[in-house]
Design a protein around this ligand. Structure first.
Ligand SMILES: *Cc1c(COP(=O)(O)O)cnc(C)c1O
Length: 375
């Protein structure tokens, strides 16, 4: 097969004229910051995931941070899986908590509830459970021996049926390579109204938004105070983490496209499952296929990455276990993650791939294993 003339990305965002139009409308409206688009995005997103409340923020990382701050979880222990993005290990440290990193299940690489049970400390007050690669984390099993707060990290599971409904609060990511990207951005969802009331003011220094204090002069229907009410009172120490309308406008369009994106990602998953050499271990089925994390013999993994790169196919590894990063090194063993991660390789999977792109990846992966199994 002929080598392609441009790189095939492992993941990337997809957009069309609809996103450009949506951004242009916000630019022309004169309201670029947090305003009506953010409110609409929060309402629509809450509806999609079946949550009572949604708060749009600058990122999933900022969202997890605000939840922990709203809960006043300072100086306690917070557990999370070692196969994850750095967010889940870092956010506890931002809040002077200890980061208790737990081993994973060998099949789906989600946090292992048995290892979690062994790792719980007296002061473990929260668990951050990641729905790894869109496969739901075992939150019900975790509840059998943990009665603290559970943050469901849905960065990979937007939108998988049931995701976000099992934790006490959920966090979603719209970072550029996630399933519903806006460039950067995140959402907190929860059914806990009291928690919602505590988090909301933290997104902007404890100040109520200027939009909520601005009356539409034409409709005269907002409250009974004409014009713009400048006054506000700050009761709590807040931060700066709210989403703006330029971002929410992209999110509203991407949300409409999401079902089609996910259908295509599942098609890629189905073709990889059906057509790759049997030596490639298939990942657990995912409804979002945030990434296609295959496993291959560990002595061939890095050679395969280099070989595919020479064919202009980019791949990745999700993830190098967090406990291997010196900044969050742990004094314990990880028998599962330490073995499994060396076999992981994420193959290209995103909404911009064509049928020919999928065929191209399958061809070169199989070519590689044909070369290496004849000896
Ligand atoms: C991407 C990701 C995050 C961070 O999301 P941001 O929106 O970039 O802050 C958190 N957790 C997991 C599992 C992720 O993959």
């Amino acid at each position: 097969m002929q080598i392609r003339d441009s790189v095939l990305a492992v993941s990337r965002p997809t957009s069309g004229p609809e996103e450009k139009q949506a951004i242009a409308e916000v630019l022309d409206s004169g309201w670029w910051g947090k305003g009506p688009k953010v409110a609409e995005f929060e309402t629509e997103f809450a509806k999609m995931v079946g949550a009572k409340h949604a708060i749009a923020v600058t990122s999933a990382s900022a969202g997890q941070d605000l939840i922990i701050k709203a809960l006043n979880l300072k100086g306690v222990d917070i557990a999370s899986p070692t196969i994850s993005f750095m967010t889940t290990a870092a956010v506890p440290l931002w809040n002077d908590c200890t980061s208790n990193i737990v081993d994973v299940d060998p099949i789906d690489l989600n946090i292992d509830p048995i290892d979690l049970k062994k790792s719980l400390k007296k002061n473990t007050k929260a668990v951050i459970a990641v729905n790894n690669a869109g496969v739901l984390a075992p939150i019900n099993e975790i509840r059998n021996h943990f009665d603290g707060f559970i943050i469901e990290d849905c960065a990979h599971s937007c939108y998988t049926e049931g995701a976000g409904s099992r934790g006490d609060a959920a966090v979603w990511s719209f970072q550029a390579v996630k399933t519903m990207p806006t460039g950067d951005g995140g959402m907190i969802t929860t059914n806990d109204s009291e928690l919602f009331e505590r988090i909301s003011p933290l997104t902007w220094f404890g100040i109520s938004s200027t939009y909520s204090r601005t009356v539409d002069m034409n409709s005269k229907s907002v409250g009974n105070r004409p014009g713009y009410t400048w006054d506000y009172q700050i009761d709590v120490l807040g931060y700066k983490a709210y989403m703006i309308d330029l971002t929410a406008a992209i999110g509203l369009v991407q949300m409409k496209k999401l079902p089609g994106y996910l259908e295509w990602r599942r098609h890629i998953q189905a073709r990889y499952n059906a057509e790759l050499n049997p030596i490639v271990q298939r990942p657990s089925h995912s409804e979002t296929v945030q990434y296609y994390g295959a496993r291959v013999p560990k002595d061939l993994r890095d050679q395969l990455i280099t070989y595919l790169a020479s064919k202009l196919i980019h791949t990745s590894v999700h993830y190098k276990p967090l406990h291997l990063h010196p900044v969050v090194a742990q004094d314990r063993k990880y028998p599962v993650a330490d073995v499994e991660w060396l076999r992981l390789i994420s193959l290209p999977c995103h909404a911009s791939m064509t049928e020919d792109d999928i065929t191209y990846v399958i061809y070169w992966v199989n070519q590689f294993f044909d070369m290496h199994s004849s000896s």
